[in-house]
Design a protein around this ligand. Structure first.
Ligand code: ATP
Ligand code: MG
Length: 358
């Protein structure tokens, strides 16, 4: 039996579909009283993880529990966890109210719950309309209403913002926050950080089935790095001087420029002056949360084996100076466009002078 805590625990969860490793040794915990975002790009393994949590897919290894028990041991699971996976099918001619009554009866909850949850999700006015004619956003609300029927302590929603208009997203945000503040647990997946950024407190970021970051969103925000992009007359000489001065995170950037992480323009200017290297331009660049998410999940970089809770892994380096600039990269420098390099030059040549740490 479950312990009623509302805690979700995912431990060393792994799923192989033939040759495809959908989820790899994934571990995280979701506490009651908070909204946790489960983020990763398309194909990262979010839905597969949620399906394992909800007993719909058997893990290859590891386990997942809700309130201390695996899904199949929850007794009447709908009373413990409400779940919405990908847009669900509704009987097209059945009204929203009748759809909910059918489910209420299957769960052993009174008929009147149907109207209560319709009210909760703002669908009361459409109670007597056939769900087949609902818009995508209305279907999302009806699916959420269905998940709420059993008055669960835990909500698990796969991409709930899909199909919602801005007003719907704002409504969902308010709803989920209130649900969590009442001491309940919310786990929502999304492939778009911006879509859920204002809703979530905790975040689990995965890429290729592996954890890239797990902890408070605030800690991730605070880890935002800044870097300086500089255009020196002699890049090799400046890099040598910077290395001597203790700067270790140096990357080549397009147009013979170099990018130095965790540095200020003053520091770089001083090193350059001392080394007698002329600078033709310098620019400080802040890495925002979206860029950090992009870098953590862009799939070009090996995932760390396990990320301790709340610890921000070192930001993977920018792609070496040949690839097209990532989003947010300054499209202009000194009044001329930064050219995108041809794809065959993605791999730096051997002996690249200062690309040692990529
Ligand atoms: N039933 C299945 N059979 C074979 N491969 C599968 C199956 N389900 C998922 N996969 C594969 O597992 C990987 C993870 O898929 P999953 O649907 O979990 O990703 P996701 O993070 O939910 O992506 P999205 O953002 O597109 O919804 C993908 O490579 C997918 O093709
Ligand atoms: Mg999915």
């Amino acid at each position: 039996m479950h312990d009623g805590s509302g805690r979700i625990v995912v431990q060393n969860l792994t799923k192989h579909f033939g040759q495809v490793i959908a989820v790899q040794n994934l571990s995280f915990q979701v506490e009651p009283g908070s909204v946790t975002g489960f983020l990763g790009p398309n194909g990262a393994g979010k839905t597969t993880t949620l399906r394992m949590l909800l007993g719909l897919v058997n893990p290859t290894a590891g386990h997942a529990t809700i309130s201390g028990a695996p899904f199949y041991q929850l007794g009447n699971p709908a009373r413990v966890v409400g779940a919405v996976l990908e847009a669900q099918g509704f009987h097209p001619s059945r009204t929203a109210r009748n759809h909910l009554r059918v489910y209420a009866s299957a769960m052993g909850v009174p008929d009147q719950r149907a109207d209560e949850v319709l009210h909760q999700v703002g669908l009361m006015e459409a109670a007597n309309r056939g769900a087949g004619g609902f818009s995508l956003g209305m279907k999302q609300r009806l699916a959420l209403a269905t998940a709420l029927l059993g008055d669960p302590r835990v909500l698990v929603l796969d991409e709930p913002a899909n199909g919602l208009d801005p007003e719907g997203i704002a409504w969902l945000r308010g709803f989920l926050k209130a649900f969590a503040v009442s001491g309940r647990t919310v786990l929502i997946s999304s492939h778009l950080l911006a879509e859920v950024e204002q809703t979530i407190d905790q975040v689990v970021i995965i890429s290729r089935g592996q954890t890239m970051y797990y902890g408070p969103l605030d800690a991730l925000r605070k880890s935002q790095q800044s870097r300086v992009i500089v255009q020196p007359a002699d890049p090799n000489k400046l890099v040598a001087a910077l290395q001597e001065a203790g700067f270790s995170e140096i990357q080549p950037a397009p147009d013979n420029r170099i990018a130095i992480a965790n540095a200020t323009v003053q520091q770089i200017g001083d090193v350059a002056a001392k080394a007698g290297v002329a600078l033709y331009g310098m620019q400080e660049e802040k890495v925002d949360l979206e860029q950090l998410f992009f870098r953590l999940t862009s799939g070009q970089f090996a995932a760390p084996p396990q990320v301790p809770y709340g610890q921000v892994p070192p930001v993977p380096p920018m792609p070496p100076g040949y690839g097209p600039p990532p989003p947010g990269y300054p499209p202009q420098q000194g009044g001329y466009p930064v050219p995108a390099a041809p794809p065959q030059q993605q791999t730096p040549p051997q002996g690249y002078p200062y690309g040692g740490n990529h």
